[in-house]
Design a protein around this ligand. Structure first.
Ligand SMILES: Cc1ncc(COP(=O)(O)O)c(C=O)c1O
Length: 375
């Protein structure tokens, strides 16, 4: 069976988890959480970061930090996970869906400005498949209209845009360490606070609205309620697992990239024959091999391919079901035709199995099987 995804676990994850269990603290902000921060600094130069209980929670924290409120409008792609949009709907803000680019499937920066009204307060940009958005343009638009930009970099840990790391490209960056991502702590995430003066508030929001972290740091002698917040701080046990994953950064990255490149080379003749479309990576982007996605000519061909790969014990999955045309999206007054590119990619996109445990032979078997079905 070629599984779609499988976390890469070694003795190191086991060692740190057991150490954390017996010798660490089990609540948050213990020695492993601190090691995760050191590793982010070493690997990507990222410093103002807070671990969270999920990528979803990092996005929700960003909405609180951006002071989103009822009556506000937020521009976001519909081609994303529900968490991106729930994050600001929970604050009472309204979603305004923007279509995506045909090459990267990221928000189409050229279609943002037409959607801006007096109520627009923020843009949530999603780095789909670990490929960062055209952030300089998005930030320029945001600057012109005084909007906050939140980068949903859930899938983009380690990716770069013009040499800068994903997560650092706007006011707030949000990562996910869910088991389906490149680096896992089971369930978890992080927020990168790129506005230095917001870091204290971020710490308070993450700790149920209290300044408990200042107490732990010895800065105050008692802690109390300062703001709204929630329980966004993850257990140090989970940070132990993430520490091991990040210490194996090069190994995991190289293994994923090898499979990604094997797929790319192996399927290119099918692209020449117009039987599928391969991923397109802009020149100014360094991607992290999070996902290998192809576009099929029609929805029927995609369904047939999924079924026939399943018969060959290969698990391939569709990309997103667009949010604007989902039952909830329609109930909010969105129309299917609002985002035509998103609709098309939602019908014809397919993700191939990709994880660090796949071998070159596995990838060759997937390629051979796709050729048999499509050829
Ligand atoms: C683009 C995007 N945003 C947000 C999330 C939510 O992350 P998590 O599952 O860690 O809550 C995910 C992960 O599934 C995602 O892919």
């Amino acid at each position: 069976m070629i599984r779609f995804n499988k976390p890469s676990i070694t003795n190191l994850e086991e060692k740190y988890l057991i150490d954390s269990l017996h010798n660490g603290i089990h609540s948050g902000d213990g020695k492993y959480t601190k090691r995760v921060y050191e590793l982010f600094k070493q690997l990507f130069g990222i410093e103002n970061m807070l671990l969270t209980t999920s990528g979803t929670d990092a996005l929700e924290m960003a909405s609180i930090l951006a002071n989103l409120a009822p009556g506000d409008e937020v521009i976001t792609p519909s081609f994303t996970f529900s968490s991106t949009v729930n994050a600001f709907l929970l604050r009472g803000a309204k979603s305004v869906f923007c279509d995506i680019r045909e090459d990267t499937f990221n928000i189409d920066e050229n279609k943002i400005e037409a959607l801006i009204t007096e109520k627009t307060k923020a843009i949530y940009a999603v780095d789909y498949a670990g490929v960062p958005c055209e952030m300089d343009t998005i930030n320029e638009i945001a600057h012109k209209y005084d909007l906050v930009v939140i980068e949903d970099a859930a899938q983009a840990v380690g990716s770069t845009y013009k040499g800068r790391y994903a997560g650092t490209l706007s006011e707030y960056g949000c990562f996910s360490f869910h088991e389906t991502k490149n680096f896992s702590m089971g369930e978890g995430g992080a927020i990168v606070v790129n506005l230095e003066d917001q870091m204290d508030r971020a710490e308070i929001i993450r700790e149920k609205g209290t300044n408990r972290r200042q107490l732990l740091a010895g800065l105050v002698d008692k802690y109390t309620w300062h703001d709204i917040g929630s329980s966004f701080l993850p257990s140090d046990l989970l940070a132990a697992m993430l520490t091991a994953q990040l210490e194996r950064y090069d190994e995991i990255y190289k293994k994923r990239m090898k499979i990604w490149n094997t797929y790319y080379r192996g399927l290119s003749e099918l692209e020449q024959d117009k039987l599928l479309r391969l991923p397109i990576i802009p020149e100014n982007v360094g991607h992290n091999a999070h996902m290998f996605k192809i576009l099929l000519p029609t929805e029927e061909i995609r369904k047939d391919l999924i079924d026939r790969l399943k018969e060959k014990n290969i698990m391939a999955h569709i990309c997103y079901v667009p949010l604007h045309s989902s039952p909830y999206g329609i109930s909010m007054g969105n129309k299917v035709e609002d985002c035509p590119v998103t609709e098309e990619v939602g019908k014809t996109g397919l993700r191939l199995p990709l994880h660090a445990g796949l071998t070159e032979e596995d990838a060759m078997y997937v390629i051979k099987s796709i050729k048999e079905v499509l050829g």
